[in-house]
Design a protein around this ligand. Structure first.
Ligand SMILES: [Zn+2]
Length: 334
C-alpha cells in the first residue's frame, strides 16, 4: 500500500510532464488488487524499456551503416581522383591526349576563376592590381600546370589565349562593346600573353633537365630515342624536340648551342628573361600591325582596289564580295 502510494504521489508530482504516470496514480488502490496492479505496472514499464532499447539499437545500427557507406564512398572517390586505380575511371576510359589535357586544364582554371567571381573579381573594395596578382597566383598557375612538357598547336594556343583574355576582361570590367584590343588589355593588366608564359616555363624546365645527372629519368627520356615503332603516314606529329626548337628560334636562341648556355643556371635564367621579353615585344608589334592593316586596308602589303568606286579591299575575296554589290549599285549586271 505504501509502495503504491509513493508511486501515486510520484505520479501526481510528475503529472505535468508524464501522462502515463498520472493514469497510474489516478487508478483506485485497494488492498485486494495491490499485487496484481504492481505486477501489471512493472510489466508495462519493462515493456516500455524494451521498446526504447530496441528503438535505440535500431537507430544506432542505421547511423553506423550510413556513416560506413559514406566513408567508403568518400574513400573511393578520393582514391579514384588520386590514383585512378578503378577500372571505369575516366583516365582509363579516355586516353590522355593534347586536346584532353588542354580541356582539362581549361576546366580546372575556369572552376577556380568562377569560385572567386563575387569575392574577388567583382569586389569593389579591391584594386585592379590586387585582382590581377590573385589571378596570376591562382588561375594562371592552375591553367599552366605541367605546361613545360606540352607540345602545342596553334589551335591550343588560341584556346588558352581566349580564356586568358576573357578572364582579364572580366577582372578589368571591359565589355566587348568598348572595342579594346587584346594587346591593350594585357598592357592594362600588366601581364604577358599565355604563349610567352609557356615559352618561358618550357625553356626554364629544359635548362633544369639539361643540368640533371645522366642517370635521372627525365634527362634519359629527353635525350633518348625509341628503339622500335614507326611514325604514321602524312604530316609527322610534332614532337617535344620540334616544339623546343620552335620556342628557341622564336626567342632568338641558338638551337644547336642552347645546351652550353643552359649549363650555367644564372646565365641561362637571364637569357630566358631577356628572350621572353623580346618575344613578347615582337608579338605585340606583330599584333598591332595586323590590327592596323585590318582597320586600314590601304596599309595592306597587297591592297585590292575596286574598279567601280574608290574603295580599297584588304583581301581578294573581300574585293570579289564587294564588287558583286558595287556593280548592282552602279547599275551594272552582277
Ligand atoms: Zn566598289
Amino acid at each position: 500500500m505504501g509502495w503504491e502510494c509513493e508511486l501515486g504521489e510520484k505520479g501526481r508530482l510528475r503529472s505535468s510532464s508524464s501522462s502515463r504516470l498520472v493514469s497510474i496514480s489516478s487508478r483506485p488502490v485497494s488492498s485486494s488488487n495491490t499485487r496484481s496492479g504492481s505486477n501489471s505496472s512493472s510489466r508495462s514499464s519493462s515493456n516500455i524499456v524494451v521498446v526504447i532499447v530496441v528503438v535505440v539499437v535500431v537507430v544506432v545500427v542505421v547511423v553506423v551503416v550510413v556513416v560506413v557507406v559514406a566513408v567508403i564512398i568518400v574513400v573511393v572517390v578520393i582514391a579514384e581522383a588520386m590514383f585512378c586505380w578503378c577500372a571505369d575511371s575516366p583516365c582509363k576510359r579516355t586516353p590522355v591526349t593534347r586536346g584532353n589535357e588542354i580541356d582539362n586544364r581549361l576546366s580546372k582554371a575556369s572552376s577556380s576563376f568562377g569560385r572567386l567571381y563575387k569575392r574577388v573579381w567583382k569586389n569593389k573594395n579591391l584594386r585592379a592590381t590586387t585582382k590581377t596578382r590573385v589571378y596570376r597566383a591562382v588561375v594562371i598557375t592552375t591553367l599552366l600546370y605541367g605546361s613545360e612538357s606540352w607540345v602545342l598547336d596553334r589551335s591550343h594556343t588560341r584556346l588558352l589565349e581566349r580564356f586568358h583574355q576573357r578572364c582579364l576582361r572580366t577582372i578589368l570590367d571591359v565589355h566587348w562593346t568598348n572595342y579594346v584590343s587584346n594587346v591593350a588589355i594585357l598592357e592594362q593588366a600588366g601581364l604577358p600573353s599565355i604563349e610567352a608564359l609557356i615559352v618561358k616555363s618550357k625553356l626554364r624546365w629544359v635548362g633544369h633537365v639539361h643540368r640533371m645527372d645522366d642517370h635521372r629519368l627525365p634527362k634519359i627520356v629527353m635525350y633518348s630515342e625509341l628503339s622500335s615503332g614507326y611514325r604514321e603516314r602524312g604530316a609527322p606529329r610534332k614532337r617535344y624536340k620540334d616544339s623546343l626548337k620552335r620556342s628557341l628560334s622564336a626567342c632568338d636562341i641558338d638551337v644547336q648551342g642552347w645546351s652550353d648556355l643552359a649549363t650555367d643556371r644564372s646565365a641561362w635564367r637571364c637569357r630566358i628573361q631577356d628572350a621572353t621579353t623580346k618575344f613578347e615585344e615582337e608579338r605585340i608589334t606583330a599584333a598591332n600591325s595586323k590590327r592596323l592593316r585590318r582597320n586600314n586596308p590601304t596599309q595592306s602589303p597587297t591592297p585590292h582596289p575596286c574598279r567601280h568606286c574608290s574603295r580599297i579591299c584588304r583581301t581578294r575575296i573581300g574585293l570579289i564580295s564587294h564588287e558583286r554589290v558595287c556593280r548592282q549599285r552602279h547599275g551594272q549586271p552582277p
